[in-house]
Design a protein around this ligand. Structure first.
Ligand code: HEC
Length: 114
């Protein structure tokens, strides 16, 4: 059920991404990001984007921008959220289900955004 919801959310997101790409070439269809994401990593993207923004610019003052951040730093933060070395009530549960591959891919995605 959760899988289905994520699938539907992603389809909705891709639809709006396509509309966005028309006037914003750096969108989902651009040269960076999404195309290199595995199905697993891209299924998480709508969730991450709900706080950090699809373009890596966050939606709220308490959520950090990720666009253009160094990939090594983003990987490290996600690993530390997972291990609770960096313990945040919001982000630690988000990082928990991510495989090492998904951490690398999502970090690379957000790092590639300008
Ligand atoms: C409900 C909102 C929310 C969602 C969803 C969310 N995050 Fe976060 N994220 C945060 C907050 C809040 C912080 C800052 C935590 C802190 O203060 O330590 C953060 C921090 C981060 C950081 C560290 C940034 C830095 O500058 O140190 C990374 C990387 C990150 N999130 C990636 C992700 C990824 C990848 C996903 C999807 C799997 C995701 N987040 C989903 C709210 C969210």
């Amino acid at each position: 059920m959760k899988q289905l919801f994520m699938g539907v959310a992603l389809v909705g997101l891709l639809g709006s991404g396509a509309a966005l790409a028309a006037d914003k070439p750096a969108g989902l269809q651009g040269s960076h990001g999404q195309s290199q994401l595995s199905a697993q990593a891209s299924s998480m993207l709508p969730l991450c984007a709900s706080c950090h923004g699809l373009e890596g610019v966050s939606t709220e003052g308490m959520y950090p921008n990720l666009a253009g951040q160094k990939v090594e730093y983003l990987v490290k933060q996600l690993q530390q959220f997972k291990s609770r070395e960096r313990n945040d009530p919001i982000m630690s549960p988000m990082a928990e289900p991510l495989s090492p591959e998904m951490v690398n891919e999502l970090a690379a995605y957000f790092a590639s955004l300008k």
